[in-house]
Design a protein. Structure first.
Ligand SMILES: Cc1cc2nc3c(=O)[nH]c(=O)nc-3n(C[C@H](O)[C@H](O)[C@H](O)COP(=O)(O)O)c2cc1C
Length: 122
């Protein structure tokens, strides 16, 4: 199911010039979407009605002058071996594996995403 979500998301996001990251845990998805406001709002409306998840909450929204995940049409953030950004649980923070070089801004946003689900994170 996850690979189906990523396949569709990556191809559609490229076309719509949307970037972001999707953090996956046993119980939650936490996603950042970046791009043109109308395109992001329209995608959000689609994702909200997706029956593969329930109880969707908008945590934060706002204008920004640049993208945090500009390299990724949708980065997979998880503890699975195939993740673009491996998620480790040490001390409640995101730790990128050596092969993944993340900016301080990316790490800060990933930690904010993770903190929204608190103790239930993988
Ligand atoms: C947690 C989650 C995140 C998703 N993220 C995206 C995304 O970033 N981009 C995208 O196009 N679809 C995403 N989807 C899939 C959409 O909900 C939808 O199935 C897909 O865009 C196809 O829409 P359509 O059936 O209207 O063509 C996501 C689904 C879930 C459950």
């Amino acid at each position: 199911m996850l690979s189906a979500i990523f396949d569709v998301a990556r191809s559609r996001n490229k076309k719509a010039q949307i970037t972001g990251a999707l953090l996956i845990t046993d119980h939650y998805f936490v996603q950042t979407l970046e791009g043109d406001e109308a395109a992001v709002r329209s995608l959000y409306e689609t994702i909200v009605t997706d029956e593969r998840h329930t109880d969707v909450t908008l945590v934060e929204e706002g204008d920004c002058d640049h993208r945090t995940f500009s390299r990724w049409s949708m980065a997979q953030v998880s503890a699975s071996g195939r993740a673009d950004i491996p998620l480790h649980s040490n001390h409640g923070e995101i730790h990128a594996a050596a092969r993944t070089s993340l900016t301080g801004e990316q790490i800060a946003l990933l930690n904010r995403m993770r903190n929204t689900i608190g103790a239930d994170a993988v």
